[in-house]
Design a binder for this molecule. Sequence first.
Ligand code: GUN
Length: 285
Amino acid sequence: MSAQIISGKEVAKSIREDLKREIEELKRQGVHPGLTVILVGDDPASQIYVNMKEKACKEIGIRSEVIRMDQSTSQEELLKEIHRLNQDENVHGILVQLPLPKQIDEKAIINAISPVKDVDGFHPVNVGKLAIGEDSLLPCTPHGILELIRQTGTEIKGKHAVVIGRSNIVGKPVSLLLLRENATVTITHSKTRGLKTITKQADILVVAIGKPEMVTKEYVKPGAIVIDVGTNRLENGKVVGDVKFEEVKDIASYITPVPGGVGPMTITMLLKNTIEAAKNIHHLK
Ligand code: GUN
């Protein structure tokens, strides 16, 4: 048996078409969703991500603006910019691209973004709401992962979901989302003992550890859904996930590829959050 491949690329495309129609409708109601991205410094990977975000906004009709600030920008200057954007009625989403230069405290910046405009879902208010099950802007990658699992048509309720990784960006929030869907959730990480024994019990296995091809078929129960969040560039230039795709695909029921799996969903959920924020701000549903 060979797993069905969940194409994040295709799912993302289809969701973006729906979002495009939703924006046309919002515009008819006088609301034009707008996202502002702040990029501080010249980290090459961040530049690529920010360009991708800008392009994705343009393609579906979200107004987008990128504010580029110098590497030497002080925390004060960045906070001032955020305060201005918090007040700007035409800005519905604010995203500060991470990582930030070392003179700036990331936490102070995330805390300064108005929770209603926090399209990354990183503000403690949004994280807290997710934890207690209130509606909030959801972090993009975890939300994208949930959509990919839903795509398989598998009921999440009652399933054993095992997450490898406990980062604030992926592992922790995806665990909370799966719990909210009534999965039985086990969170594992680099210090977990007997990892294979635990992951072997997973009906749904979410892998977000950042170690190239670490998860081999010995970690996977036959028939499991395997979601690979890793993006690792090998010395030979090849991009691989945290899962050894070629062998795990033979025993999983569904598996996401890298690239073309979780990656394209992250920006899609950012677009969705920007629309959500615009609707919330204008009291539309
Ligand atoms: N840098 C890498 N991933 C992300 C993300 O999801 N949001 C922000 N703001 N910065 C990032």
